[in-house]
Write a protein that binds this ligand. Sequence first.
Ligand code: GDP
Length: 294
Amino acid sequence: MFSLLADKLDNTFRRLRGLGKISEKNIADALRDIRLALLEADVEFGVAREFIGRVKERAMGQEVLKSIKPGEQIVKIFRDEIAALLGGDAVGLDLTDPARIMVVGLNGAGKTTTSAKLALRLKNEGRRPLLVACDLVRPAAVDQLATLAEQIGVPVYKPAPGSRDVVAVAREALEWARTQNGTVMIFDTAGRQEVDEALIDELRQLHAFLSPRETLLVADAATGQQAVNVAQTFDRAVNVTGIVLTKLDGDARGGAALSMRSVTGKPIKFSGEGEKLDQFGPFVPGRMADRILG
Ligand code: GDP
């Protein structure tokens, strides 16, 4: 992820660093290049414009222009602003009792995988996670979650075949959980190819019933602008508390990843960086910014 952007920025920053003295014109040229690179990486237009505005305001300051290494200063400003754009400090989960996490997203975004990855992570932290299969739409989803749960040694609630009512399933799962000695429940839900009324309705009902501490939206970082629009729709329906960006190991342009926080106002809490269950962890904005700078 971000390799295209990193390459473009590398050129711009190298040029800036090579200048002994920097004029306002040099900065304006660099900012134009950066803006183009962001747009080519599929960063949302308004996000790119505001971002450039913030960098410009700081870069044009006298401390930068008069400093011994103005190029370095501008790179540092850029890095800080990218980290801020991605969310500043990393944000954790609210796991106060009853700790329920609802995992939502489109088909193929990585919900089921993420549910298992998160369960494994919580287990390794010494918690006792329970998984609940609430995807009653995709026939293989329940078995997929059950298989992953077995791999990581986490109890899983499987609804009876033919179950249609997701709230009834959730109610049964809460009953079941009383016998399981768990400390945090993760509910994997149904997705769709795209957001439709039926899905939103179902998720709303489930959300109202569970009152989850966390509603995590799983978004495929490779899907570009579309992922950002989808995030807004989910948020309106079920009040998303955090985003999980998946497939950051891919070679997509990364614009959605950069726009997501700013457009939705929701923190990116975790990222997935591969299909394996341990390729997952807290999203650290500063580290991601460093990656973009190469
Ligand atoms: P769901 O339909 O949202 O439940 O999506 P799945 O969990 O079934 O994931 C869809 C596909 O994406 C599967 O083949 C996963 O192995 C894959 N996947 C999930 N997360 C990641 C990730 O972070 N990186 C990569 N490369 N693949 C992922």
